[in-house]
Design a protein around this ligand. Structure first.
Ligand SMILES: Nc1nc2c(c(=O)[nH]1)N[C@H]1C(S)=C(S)[C@@H](COP(=O)(O)OP(=O)(O)OC[C@H]3O[C@@H](n4cnc5c(=O)[nH]c(N)nc54)[C@H](O)[C@@H]3O)O[C@H]1N2
Ligand SMILES: Nc1nc2c(c(=O)[nH]1)N[C@H]1C(S)=C(S)[C@@H](COP(=O)(O)OP(=O)(O)OC[C@H]3O[C@@H](n4cnc5c(=O)[nH]c(N)nc54)[C@H](O)[C@@H]3O)O[C@H]1N2
Ligand SMILES: [Mo]
Length: 887
């Protein structure tokens, strides 16, 4: 602690800048170029202070604090300097800005210093760029604080904004001087968020009054779990901005988080319960809908037994709601047929990591990104799918961390990589084994780590067959690249691995994850800051949905059904022991006429399951298909019998669990729209109608959470009270436990024994042939989210209104396909038409497509193959033929 004197009063302050000391002491000086997210530049000359009576003032934002300093902040000279500086800026600021209330920092200080009448006295040329659907640019209001430019560089890592010209004639414009919408902007809105002068404004904010309330909650999109403020006025959501002190996003958001919220008030929000009569949906009262569902479920269970009904929890709904979903299946339906979309996503991660490490979740935290010296990205595309993580990784690489990318496509982060291995899709196993081979062969293992490995010699011998030269032709990767990557990962430590669906959505998905664990173990990259094996999980709460027990094999906290005692005690009800069906098995069973009823909560299974023709046929065989969603989604459209309107996360309380095991509070910002209800209230209503109301007598989300704490030891220490700030990472077994940022810290100590897995390569049955010569990869892109039901109803979705097929220029030329042209893609399972996007990110022989809508229903061509441990579909390889579609 340093002792300093501020305006005659003494204070003890932590080291830092003078400005940080002033803030802590509650002394306010004007600032315009300062933002806690950015390195200070001392540019605006407003935070000037004098130190130790030196007549030359210093900028408080850049000057470091020193012990014994005497600081003056408001002398007459300093105030005069500030006024002069502000006056200069005011003269060049358009007067008509006053038509709006003083909504920005600049106008606030102009008013405070009595300079409002001096606004706009100089001639100010208009400099409006209205090209961007989310961001309004009016550079006549620019005060040259460079915050937009700096945040784009230092936080987003995009370098969109540039300063053109010098001195008086400096202008800030996008890179290449293009209109913003045509620049390399990714629409994250960080520049708008920091702009103090209104030069950059959200388009929505221009035409509406200021929000009257802000509610701290969690972004409803991906598993990063960014903290946001939901801005509200007159009972409506009017905007979103990032939370500055969140340990996940530190004041940053991506386009979906910031500009993807309008789906909430979308005109086609389905906000009334409905029952299908013939071809049309008939609105009914809640009572009727609930009685209909309860009656049908009871009838089917009575006639065909509990195996004939199933439930799908929602990775978009809260932990509390998913807990109630699986409890409903087990207690009311007496069935373990309950699952969620983790099945088609990271179930292989949960299984592979649980088998090998004991816990099926990310070992480390996002805060480890800045600790890692090497970052391995395998089958994951963070700058599009987890952009805040992607931006943190990019910044780490700019600061010197090395990147290894294993991806068939040249994803954005590959441009920053030391090694990019563009392997043939479906060949992770031989490639990852070859990395292990090299590490062992070159003596780069961590001796302290392998001392704990069981059957080390056997594993070593198994790797003999995976020399880089041997696998290189199979994987389509140079042997030297494999060696270089192996050396980097093993020696430039700590090394942190991230993986995604490019590992899991294959026939050897679970085994791919195990190979990654092998690598981390032999190099000692587990249990340390900046290391570990880290899946980037899908939706806002997919980690939570499965962990709460929406999985046929396990109960809340990943406890096998066999160890159900505590649940039977707390629930005061038996837990069924007959093994349940997972999602894929339920769809199969429906196709065979064995599953009669399915209740699908917040999951558009018809659109997103592979082999759509079969999925739809199966869904249509059901007697009862209950769809509970915000919208009449494709599942409802193709086969639904009852629709129950749920409310979005902005309309309810609860918790989500992010990719790094962090439980965070979701808070209600607006009332449920229309007649919509929370998922848990709907479930409890049906439970009551089925005579089990006493076991579902919850009055609040918190009450459900309290029950979760009783059955889930690793979450027992997490109370709503403790979640007021930034969330807690499990394991957190008691109220005085700080939570766990890094798992397995003790893995290489004591008598711990670790088993590595010798995993042989089994090529996918999905192979190219003369008839189907190309390999289609399916996956994601920045602006749309999965089924597109939310992103497609917001400004974010405007950037990518439909699915398209990425094709290399060489294949396009060979097939006589031009950019934007409609093409027909045929596989062994079906056909689909998409427009072609010629793109140098895919290799010749490979294609890439997104799967967001039925307009181009990509899953009509994906096939039936699955992972052999957990049945995750092989979405990532599909042999196809492409031809020009007839016009
Ligand atoms: N913008 C956006 N963000 C999202 C989503 C979205 O729809 N849109 N969805 C969310 C969900 S549910 C999820 S699960 C996550 C998924 O996030 P990611 O895991 O990043 O998802 P994908 O884009 O499906 O696949 C990742 C990469 O795997 C590569 N790949 C394909 N085959 C192979 C292979 O054989 N080996 C290797 N090493 N790589 C391969 C693909 O080229 C692709 O770049 O994203 C979440 N975030
Ligand atoms: N070809 C191909 N297909 C794929 C994949 C691929 O890579 N390639 N990836 C697969 C993966 S990883 C996944 S996760 C799936 C995703 O498939 P889905 O889970 O079907 O996709 P989402 O868009 O996340 O759908 C969630 C639904 O929940 C609704 N919703 C949002 N909030 C709430 C809420 O609070 N309550 C309720 N009841 N509903 C809500 C939304 O309106 C939306 O309809 O797609 C899979 N399909
Ligand atoms: Mo996912």
């Amino acid at each position: 602690m340093l002792r300093v004197n501020i305006n005659g009063a003494s204070h003890s302050c932590a080291a830092g800048t003078i400005l940080s000391a002033l803030r802590r002491a509650g002394v306010r000086v004007p600032t315009l170029c300062d933002d806690p997210r950015l390195a200070p530049i001392g540019g605006c000359r407003l935070c000037l202070v004098t130190v130790n009576h030196d007549p030359r003032p210093v900028a408080a934002c850049t000057a470091p604090l020193a012990d014994g300093m005497e600081i003056e902040t408001h002398t007459a000279t300093l105030e005069a300097l500030r006024r002069t500086q502000l006056r200069l800026l005011a003269r060049h600021y358009p007067r008509e800005a006053l038509d709006r209330p003083a909504t920005n920092e600049f106008l606030y200080w102009v008013g405070k210093y009595g300079l409002t009448s001096e606004l706009g006295t100089a001639d100010v040329p208009q400099r409006i760029d209205d090209s961007h659907p989310c961001i309004h640019v009016d550079m006549s209001r620019c005060i040259e604080c460079y915050r937009c430019l700096r945040i784009c560089e230092e936080v987003a890592g995009r370098f969109v904004w540039r300063a053109w010209g010098r001195g008086d004639r400096t202008e800030i414009r996008p890179h290449d001087s293009l209109p913003l919408v045509e620049s390399n902007c990714v629409s994250c809105g960080a520049c708008v968020d920091t702009c103090p002068s209104g030069a950059l404004l959200d388009q929505t904010a221009r035409h509406q009054k200021l929000p009257t309330a802000e509610v701290r909650t969690i972004c409803p999109y991906c598993g990063t779990g960014c903290e946001i403020y939901a801005q509200v006025r007159d009972g409506r959501l009017v905007g979103v901005r990032p939370v500055l002190d969140s340990p996940v996003n530190y004041g940053h958001l991506c386009v979906k988080g910031r500009y993807g919220w309008e789906f909430v008030h979308s005109a086609d929000r389905a906000a009334r319960p409905m029952i299908r009569r013939g071809e049309s949906w008939e609105p009914v009262a809640w009572q009727e809908a609930i009685e209909f569902v309860a009656g049908k479920l009871a009838e089917i269970v009575a006639q065909h037994g509990p195996q004939a009904v199933g439930m799908l929890g929602s990775s978009r709904a809260t932990n509390e709601e998913n807990y109630v979903t699986q409890k409903f299946a087990r207690v009311v339906l007496e069935s373990n047929n309950v699952d969620c979309c983790a099945r088609v996503c990271h179930a292989p991660t949960a299984a592979g990591m649980k088998i090998m490490l004991g816990t099926g979740a990310a070992t480390n935290s996002f805060d480890d990104i800045e600790q890692a010296r090497t970052i391995l990205l395998c089958g994951v595309n963070p700058t599009e799918n987890h952009p805040i993580v992607g931006d943190r990784i990019r910044q780490a690489s700019i600061r010197g961390a090395r990147l290894i990318v294993i991806d068939p496509r040249r994803i954005e982060l590959a441009e920053h990589a030391t090694v990019h291995m563009q392997l043939r899709p479906g060949t992770n196993i031989p490639l990852l084994n070859a990395l292990a081979h090299t590490i062992v062969a070159e003596g780069l293992c961590d001796p302290a780590a392998i001392a704990h490995v069981e059957t080390w010699e056997k594993f070593r011998r198994f790797l003999d067959d995976f020399a880089p030269e041997q696998v290189a032709p199979l994987c389509g990767v140079e042997a030297d690249a494999i060696r270089q990557a192996a050396r980097l990962y093993a020696t430039h430590k700590p090394s942190m691995a991230f993986h995604g669906l490019g590992v899991t959505e294959h026939v050897q998905g679970t085994e791919g994850v195990m190979c990654l664990v092998n690598l981390a173990v032999i190099t000692g990259n587990i249990g340390l800051p900046g290391s570990g094996v880290n899946p980037l999980r899908g939706q806002n709460n997919v980690q939570g949905a499965a962990h709460m027990g929406c999985d046929p094999g396990v109960l809340t906290g990943s406890v096998p059904v066999a160890q159900r005692q505590i649940f039977e005690t707390v629930w005061n009800s038996p837990v069924p022991t007959r093994p349940g069906l997972n999602l894929m098995q339920m769809i199969d069973a429906a196709g065979r006429g064995e599953l009669k009823a399915l209740w699908s909560i917040g999951y558009d299974v018809a659109l997103t399951n592979p082999n759509a023709k079969e999925t739809v046929r199966s869904l249509r065989s059901l007697e009862l298909l209950v769809v509970q969603d915000l919208f009449l989604n494709e599942t409802a459209r193709v086969a639904g019998t009852v629709f129950l309107p749920a409310c979005s996360s902005f309309e309810k309380d609860g918790t989500f669990m992010n990719s790094e095991r962090r439980i965070q509070r979701v808070r209600k910002a607006i009332e449920p729209l229309g007649e919509s209800r929370t998922d848990w209230e709907i479930l409890c209503g049906v439970a009551r109608a089925m005579g089990k109301g006493d076991k579902f007598a919850y009055r609040s989300a918190e009450q459900i959470w309290e029950e979760i704490r009783l059955v889930w030891g690793a979450g027992a220490g997490i109370s709503y009270r403790r979640l007021q700030g930034p969330g807690l990472q499990w394991p957190c077994p008691s109220e005085d436990h700080p939570g766990t940022t890094i798992l397995h810290r003790e893995i290489f100590s004591g008598d711990n024994r670790i088993r590595l897995r010798a995993i042989d390569y089994r090529p996918s049955p999905e192979q190219t042939s003369d008839e189907f010569p190309l390999l289609l990869i399916t996956g994601r892109a920045l602006y749309q989210f999965n089924a597109g039901n939310m992103s497609g109803r917001s400004k974010a979705g405007l950037f990518q209104p439909s699915d398209s097929l990425q094709i290399s220029s060489c294949d396009a030329e060979r097939l006589n396909i031009s950019d934007g042209q409609k093409v027909r893609i045929s596989s062994r399972y079906g056909q689909v038409e998409l427009s072609a996007a010629i793109c140098d990110r895919v290799l010749s022989g490979q294609l890439f497509a997104t799967f967001q809508s039925t307009a181009g229903w990509v899953n009509c061509v994906t096939g039936p193959h699955r992972d052999r441990f957990v049945q995750t579909p092989e979405y990532k390889v599909c042999a196809v033929r492409v031809e020009r579609a007839s016009d």
